[in-house]
Design a protein around this ligand. Structure first.
Ligand code: ADP
Ligand code: MG
Length: 351
C-alpha cells in the first residue's frame, strides 16, 4: 500500500503579517550594485542609472481564474512566470532588468508552505535575470490569488527601442518559435476537464514537455537582447509576444505607421506544437498567429543591420515592412495574399 505523503501545513495566521514577510524575504540575494536597500524599510533605496542610461518601468498583474488556474499550475512555476513576463517587457524595450517589487493578495486559507513555493519560483527567476527583489506588499484576498509585479530596468538612452520605429524595407523578425504556449494551455485545459469528468482517467501529458514548459514557465529572451547588443544591432522597433503574433504585428505597424507582408510559411513552429494542433483538428499556423503567451520577441531591423547579427540562427525572418498604403498583409501557404486578421488568444481560449 502506498504511504500517504504528509505535507506540512502552517496557517498564515500563525506567523502573522510581519512574520510572513520576514519568512518569505529572508533568503533574498541582492545582485545589483544600484540596490542600496532592499526589503525591510519603508521604501527601497536605488541609485538611478548614470552615464546616459535611462530607467525603464513596467508592471504586469496576474489574477487567479483569469491569467492562471491553480488546478494545473505548480506554484513555483507561477512565481517564476510572474517575474519572467515582466522581464520580457523590459527586454522588449531593449533593456535589462534591475529591480522588482512583488505584491501579493492571498486568501488566509493559504498555507505558508504554498507561499514558500511561489517565492521559490520568484527567487529563482530573480536570480536568473539578475533582478533584485526589493520590496512589495502583502494583503489578504477573499477571491483568489493575485500576484502583481512592478519591474525596473535600464538601457543606454540611444538604445531604447519603441514599437514605433519600423521603416519600409526593414525585415520583420521573431525569436524562438510560436504557438507552443497555447498548445500547452490547450493540453492542460483538456486534462482539467477530463479529470473533472472521470478521476480514474489519466490526462495525456506525456511527451509534451516542450509546450507545457512554454505555457507554465516561459523564459524571457534576455539572451536575444544580449546577442543583439554584442552584434551592435539596435532593432528599429520591438514588442514582446503576449497576445499572439497577428495582434503584435498590428501593434508595431500601427505605432510605426507602416504596412507589412508576413509570410505564413516562414513562421517558426515547434514539432510538438504542430502535433497538438493536428490532434485537435486545427492548423498549426492558427496557434502560431493567434495563440498568446509565447513571450518571444518580435522586432524589425534594417537589412544592413541583419548582416551584422552574430548568431543568425537565433533570428527568424518572417516578413518585410512595407509602406502604410500597402496594408498589413499575410502571404498564406497557398501563395494568396490576405489582410492579416487579428484574433487575440482570448478569442481562441473561449472556443
Ligand atoms: P508597510 O506597512 O509600510 O506597507 P510592510 O509591512 O507591508 O510595510 O512591508 C515591510 C517590508 O517588507 C517593506 O520593505 C516591503 O517592501 C516588504 N514587503 C512586504 N510584502 C512583501 C512581499 N510580498 N514581497 C516582498 N517584499 C515585501
Ligand atoms: Mg505594506
Amino acid at each position: 500500500m502506498e504511504e500517504a505523503e504528509v505535507k506540512k501545513y502552517t496557517e498564515i495566521s500563525k506567523l502573522g503579517e510581519f512574520g510572513l514577510i520576514k519568512h518569505l524575504t529572508e533568503k533574498i540575494e541582492l545582485l545589483q550594485p544600484s540596490t542600496l536597500k532592499g526589503v525591510g524599510d519603508d521604501a527601497a533605496v536605488i541609485t538611478p542609472p548614470a552615464n546616459g542610461e535611462v530607467m525603464l518601468l513596467s508592471t504586469d498583474m496576474m489574477a487567479e481564474g483569469i491569467h492562471f488556474e491553480l488546478t494545473y499550475t505548480p506554484l513555483r512555476h507561477l512565481g517564476y512566470k510572474a517575474i519572467a513576463v515582466n522581464v520580457s517587457d523590459i527586454c522588449a524595450m531593449n533593456g535589462e532588468p534591475t529591480q522588482v517589487v512583488v505584491s501579493i493578495a492571498v486568501s488566509n486559507q493559504y498555507s505558508v508552505e504554498s507561499l514558500d513555493e511561489i517565492y521559490k519560483g520568484i527567487r529563482f527567476a530573480c536570480k536568473e535575470y539578475k533582478a533584485d527583489l526589493v520590496g512589495g506588499d502583502t494583503t489578504s484576498s477573499r477571491s483568489g490569488l493575485v500576484i502583481d509585479v512592478t519591474i525596473l530596468g535600464k538601457t543606454p538612452k540611444e538604445k531604447v527601442v519603441y514599437r514605433s520605429g519600423a521603416k519600409p524595407g526593414d525585415l520583420l523578425c521573431v525569436s524562438g518559435d510560436l504557438g507552443a504556449a497555447y498548445a500547452g494551455l490547450l493540453l492542460l485545459e483538456k486534462a482539467r476537464r477530463t479529470l473533472g469528468a472521470d478521476p480514474a482517467e489519466k490526462p495525456e501529458l506525456q511527451g509534451y514537455g516542450y509546450v507545457l514548459q512554454k505555457q507554465l514557465m516561459p523564459r524571457a529572451r534576455v539572451d536575444i537582447i544580449e546577442m543583439l547588443r554584442n552584434s551592435d544591432v539596435v532593432p528599429t522597433s520591438m514588442i514582446d509576444i503576449s497576445d499572439g503574433l497577428s495582434s503584435e504585428v498590428h501593434h508595431i505597424c500601427e505605432a510605426s505607421k507602416v504596412g507589412c507582408l508576413l509570410e505564413e510559411v516562414k513562421v517558426p513552429i515547434h514539432e510538438e506544437t504542430i502535433k497538438v494542433a493536428q490532434e485537435n483538428g486545427a492548423t498549426p499556423s492558427l496557434f502560431a498567429l493567434s495563440g498568446g503567451e509565447d513571450y518571444e520577441l518580435l522586432f524589425t531591423i534594417s537589412p544592413a543591420d541583419y548582416q551584422k547579427i552574430k548568431e543568425p540562427t537565433m533570428v527568424n525572418i518572417i516578413g518585410e515592412i512595407l509602406p502604410a498604403e500597402d496594408g498589413i498583409m499575410i502571404a498564406a501557404k497557398d501563395g494568396k495574399m490576405h489582410p492579416l486578421a487579428v484574433q487575440g488568444w482570448d478569442g481562441l481560449k473561449a472556443k
